[in-house]
Every structure is written in structure tokens, then in C-alpha cells.
Design a protein around this ligand. Structure first.
Ligand code: BG6
Length: 293
């Protein structure tokens, strides 16, 4: 299917009726629905429909920079580019695609990208929808250069929640975090689970590979399992910042929380020909404990 700008989107479906929609604009998962047709990812009603700006919602890919502390545009350029479908991708070292509906997308740097970030790379994204409706994203970055390069990465996952004030994030207790993306002062999480009552923007460092996001009102728990992604960003803009964002409705912050599997504190360095892989799986369950899996 095509979007309003004529850019292709790929729809994955499983036999039970769950679906995921991926746009070639940004390699961006823009929708993920369970077998009852309920949307599991937030997307703003004030979506910026003009390519090449990434839409507010879904799971934009942040690469090769996270945030705006480097020399590139905020969250890097990958989310603003048009990717292509990779018909013949190299095999994955995991069995992630067995019995699943999936698509492979590919991004290579344009001349313009090479001017701002002079490193030749291939970024491959496999999006898989499992038989049980689970969504997995597997990214591989390969250095196609003679020289090493370093990068940051995040799956900026906008989860749909009924009311942010009722949401708890579990699995990050006692973790160290940065409270500011650029200043890098370390704090330690003291509390129990994370709850939200004001703007929240933290990067939890070297965190466990299983995080649970509990939405009490909907009796829905998102379980995020990650590999190769040591850090977790938790973000909600709250009221004031939302009002300043043109592509987010004033009240919409209540229906979203971003919980990202990411590589931020210690960027990945790849030598010539080396490859890195980062995998995020999200599943939705009625119970609450990562240890159940
Ligand atoms: C978050 C950052 O991860 O992403 C915020 O912590 C930022 O500072 C947000 O505002 C959204 O970024 P953008 O570029 O999509 O508006």
C-alpha cells in the first residue's frame, strides 16, 4: 500500500488477524495491532504528513545519533530517509523469522548523508510479526568503509497507554541513569517501579534485557525483550512540552510512553567489514512478570 505521499508501506499479517505496518519512510513501524484490531503503538493525530519528517508515533529508528548532542540532526538521519525493501537479505544468525511474517528493509547512505557523516554503512531492518502477534525488530549495521566508525542507536518505541498517570515501568529499579541526554551526570534509580507525574526523560544504563510496561486501566502489559541494546530511554513530554510540539496534540501525552531499547552511553564501534546486531521484541500479555518468560 502507499501513504499520502506515495511512499510504500508494507503490511504484515498473521493468521490470527494481528498486523504490523512498516513504512519505507524511515524504516518506521507505524502501526501494530493485536488480533482484535486494537492498536498497540501510539501515533499522534497531528501527524506531520510531509515527508521526509518522521511521524510522531510508532517506532522510529534513531541512527547514527541519539538525541541532539552530536553534529547530526536530532536522532540521526535514518528516520527521515526513504529505505528500500531488501529482497535478498543475508541470513540472520538467529531463528527470528521461523514461521513469522516478515520484511527486510535496507538503508545505505546517500551522497548527502556522506557529507554530514562520512562513513559508508548498510543498515538492515527485519520486522517480524509472530504467530502469537509479537513484534520483533532486528537491525544490523555493517561497516562498508575502510575505517572504523561509531554510532548510537534506538528503537524509539511509542507505546499506546490509556492514561500515563496509571502506567508503571518495571525492570529499571536500582539502575543508573542520565537525566539529561547531553550532560551525562549519573543518578541512581531509588524507587520502586517508575511512575509518571511530570516530564520524564531518562536514559537507564546497562539495564536488564527484559522490561515491563504495565497499563492498569487496560489490563495490558507490554514486555520488551532486547539484545545488543544495553540502554533504555524512558520519555514522556508531559503537558508543557506537548503544547510546544506542533505534531502532538495538547492532551496526547497522556496516551503515550516511549520506552526504547537503545545504545547510547557507549556507542558501538565497528571496524571495516564488521557487523552489529540489535534486537527488540515486544509482546503484550495480561500478566506482569518478565520472569514468566
Ligand atoms: C526523546 C528525547 O527520546 O525524543 C526528547 O528524550 C525528544 O528530548 C524526543 O524531544 C522526541 O524527539 P523528536 O525529534 O522526535 O521530536
Amino acid at each position: 500500500v502507499k501513504d499520502w505521499n506515495g511512499i510504500d508501506q508494507i503490511v504484515l499479517r498473521n493468521p490470527q488477524g494481528a498486523s504490523a505496518r512498516v513504512s519505507l519512510q524511515g524504516g518506521h513501524v507505524i502501526s501494530w495491532q493485536n488480533d482484535q484490531g486494537q492498536e498497540l503503538l501510539f501515533s499522534s493525530t497531528k501527524v506531520n504528513v510531509k515527508a521526509p519528517k518522521a511521524m510522531r508515533g510508532g517506532i522510529p529508528i534513531c541512527f547514527p545519533q541519539f538525541g541532539n548532542c552530536g553534529s547530526l540532526e536530532q536522532h540521526g538521519f535514518a528516520r527521515n530517509k526513504i529505505w528500500v525493501v531488501d529482497e535478498d537479505p543475508p541470513p540472520l544468525p538467529t531463528n527470528d523469522s521461523n514461521g513469522k511474517s516478515f520484511v527486510d528493509l535496507l538503508l545505505k547512505p546517500s551522497e548527502e548523508d556522506l557529507k554530514s557523516w562520512p562513513h559508508s554503512f548498510e543498515l538492515r531492518l527485519r520486522v517480524c510479526l509472530g504467530m502469537d502477534g509479537n513484534l520483533s525488530l532486528i537491525s544490523r549495521v555493517r561497516n562498508m568503509n575502510g575505517k572504523p566508525f561509531s554510532f548510537s542507536f534506538a528503537y524509539h518505541s511509542y507505546l499506546s497507554v490509556s492514561d500515563i498517570s496509571e502506567v508503571r515501568v518495571e525492570g529499571l529499579e536500582t539502575m543508573d541513569y542520565f537525566d539529561n541526554l547531553c550532560e551525562r551526570e549519573r543518578f541512581t534509580e531509588q524507587g520502586d517501579a517508575i511512575t509518571f507525574e511530570s516530564e520524564f526523560e531518562r536514559v537507564y544504563l546497562s539495564s536488564p534485557n527484559c522490561i515491563a510496561v504495565l497499563d492498569h486501566e487496560r489490563k495490558r502489559t507490554y514486555v520488551l525483550r532486547k539484545e545488543g541494546l544495553p540502554d533504555v530511554v524512558v520519555w514522556n513530554p508531559w503537558e508543557k512540552k506537548s503544547k510546544a510540539m506542533a505534531d502532538l496534540g495538547d492532551e496526547e501525552y497522556k496516551q503515550m510512553v516511549c520506552v526504547d531499547g537503545a545504545v547510547i552511553e557507549k556507542p558501538i564501534t565497528l571496524k571495516a567489514g564488521e557487523e552489529w546486531m540489535g534486537r527488540l521484541e515486544i509482546l503484550v500479555i495480561p500478566s506482569t512478570f518478565c520472569s514468566d518468560f
